[in-house]
Design a protein around this ligand. Structure first.
Ligand code: AMP
Ligand code: TRP
Length: 333
């Protein structure tokens, strides 16, 4: 059976980008057709300035939102990365296979490091080594497919390279995974800055739709979305990035195609109105289920405990095999 793994960082509140680019597909498609694991990757949240209490709170919230989005613990495995030691055990070995140069070439590292330096801050070493940990997340489970948004394809490519290199040097140990992306909304853009990704840890609140935003907040944010100077509604990411983004969001929410939808609108106002309502409807059940799940944290804790147990069982043999293959002396048992 196909093995699927994906993760989400608790660095901020989940956004519409996370949902349309990743989580919805995990719930609607992936968990039904494969043995799928979905992970709140909390160790990754420590690669940038963080507040311990906030990371803890956001980790629980992310897990709750994954369940509210329809992940069913009877069908898939939901867990928290730091509950399974195999991730960090394997990450170190992959750091010994990766090179400094390939880590420094990662776009996300370059962008985040530059932003941090511009603020006068320092860059954590873990921000540089992050892709080794992400590769460990994936490779520990013999993963075939990694469903992610566009921003993660470079990291999955690197994971493939590391798997192939390890296998060549030390003998076949890892399955070589591949990224899968959604047909539309693989890169939802910030409504205020349609040339930048809608990212949850960005500061620009008005351009980001959060999964838990009230319907009226969603309507306001979409109504104020920056559009382009033309008047026609055309699907052209280069010339009309703001309109193209709205068309993609609408298409993703309603199941249409952005090109076809562009022909149905004569005005920006009508497009915004329909997009806002489509988003409100898509998020409604998620908000409602989230509220219900928040009433009692015990069942969510239980899902995470069982998830971590299963994840540990799955990962242990592969990580042990990697330890042996790379030349480490097994502990006498
Ligand atoms: P992150 O928020 O970086 O932990 O991302 C979790 C998942 O959501 C990853 O698969 C990302 O590729 C995806 N994702 C994050 N932001 C967006 C976005 N703006 N558009 C599409 N997918 C996204
Ligand atoms: N790096 C991913 C992101 O920023 C999160 C992530 C960590 C991940 N480990 C993963 C995604 C493994 C897929 C598979 O979105």
């Amino acid at each position: 059976m196909t093995r699927i793994f994906s993760g989400i960082k608790p660095t901020g509140h989940l956004t519409l980008g996370n949902y349309l680019g990743a989580v919805r597909r995990w719930a609607e498609v992936d968990q039904h057709r494969a043995d799928a694991l979905f992970c709140v990757v909390d160790l990754h949240a420590l690669t940038v300035d963080h507040d311990p209490a906030r990371v803890r709170r956001l980790s629980r919230q992310a897990a709750t939102l994954l369940l509210a989005s329809g992940l069913d613990p009877e069908l898939c495995t939901v867990f928290v990365q730091s509950h399974v030691d195999e991730h960090t055990r394997l990450s170190y070995l992959l750091e010994c296979v990766a090179t400094d140069g390939e880590m420094r070439r990662m776009i996300q590292y370059k962008e985040k490091a530059a932003r941090e330096r511009a603020r006068g801050g320092s860059v954590r070493l873990s921000l540089l080594t992050y892709p080794a940990l992400m590769a460990a997340d994936i490779l520990a489970y013999g993963t075939d497919e990694v469903p992610v948004g566009d921003d993660q394809t470079q990291h999955v490519e690197l994971t493939r390279d590391l798997a192939v290199r390890f296998n060549q040097r030390y003998g076949h140990t890892f399955v070589v995974p591949r990224a899968t992306r959604p047909e539309v909304a693989a890169r939802v853009m910030n409504l205020q800055e349609p040339l930048s990704k809608m990212g949850k840890s960005d500061d620009s609140g008005p351009g980001i739709v959060y999964l838990l935003d009230e319907p009226d907040t969603v309507r306001k944010k979409v109504a104020r979305a920056v559009t382009d100077s033309g008047q026609d509604v055309a699907y052209d990411r280069e010339k009309q990035p703001g309109i193209a983004n709205l068309l993609e969001i609408l298409a993703s929410c309603t199941g249409g195609s952005p090109e076809a939808l562009s022909g149905e609108y004569r005005s920006y106002g009508a497009l915004k109105k329909d997009t806002a309502e489509a988003v409100v409807e898509v998020l409604r059940p998620v908000r409602e289920r989230h509220q219900a799940l928040c009433a009692d944290p015990a069942p969510v804790d239980d899902v995470l405990r069982r998830g971590a147990e299963r994840a540990r069982e799955l990962a242990r043999p592969t990580v042990d095999a990697a330890y042996r293959a790379i030349g480490l002396l097994p502990a006498a048992g």
